[in-house]
Design a protein around this ligand. Structure first.
Ligand SMILES: [Fe+2]
Ligand SMILES: [Fe+2]
Length: 169
């Protein structure tokens, strides 16, 4: 006898095409997190100067959180009967978080981090809307991740303000 699938929600047969769409959104999230891990590792090591230390410490902490997000997205992809993609499917997009010409260019890093967090916030808001009334488990998970991204962005806005006040950004 075939195993009965759920009659309601994202795991129901009726929602299989929505589920495929959602899996694609989750794969994109997974890659965004993975790329952010790479970019934050580099930018938590490269910067030079007294004022770089705060940025370095923030990004070091964020690396671990972004890695945790990537793992959560990967698990959810599997729970929805998708397959976590292999590394050959990866396409880098974060042009704005490449190492600056001068490693004392902290403003470049600050702006890059704000850009990455803003992109994540936009994409996760999209998933929260997409899953409304469809998949509350993914929605709940992504709301929690969105909370982290909003918390990651805020201090960098504050760092940027300091440079703006001094006419350096
Ligand atoms: Fe994240
Ligand atoms: Fe983040």
């Amino acid at each position: 006898m075939a195993v009965r699938s759920a009659s309601e929600g994202i795991l129901s047969d009726d929602n299989s095409s929505k589920r495929d769409e959602l899996i694609e959104l989750l794969k994109r999230s997974y890659w965004m997190e993975i790329e952010t891990v790479m970019s934050y590792i580099a930018n938590s090591i490269n910067p030079d100067g007294v004022r770089a230390q705060e940025i370095i410490e923030s990004l070091q902490a964020d690396v671990q959180e972004e890695l945790g997000h990537a793992q959560q997205f990967a698990s959810r992809i599997k729970q929805l009967y998708g397959v976590v993609p292999g590394s050959l499917d990866f396409n880098a997009e974060q042009s704005y978080l490449q190492p600056p010409e001068h490693q004392t260019d902290i403003v470049h890093v600050i702006k890059g981090v704000i850009e990455a967090e803003t992109g994540a916030i936009e994409h996760y808001n999209r998933i929260i809307e997409f899953t409304d009334g469809l998949d509350y488990v993914t929605q709940d998970m992504v709301i929690a991740i969105l909370r982290d991204e909003e918390a990651h962005r805020r201090p960098f806005e504050g760092y940027l303000r300091e440079y703006e006040v001094e006419g350096l950004a």
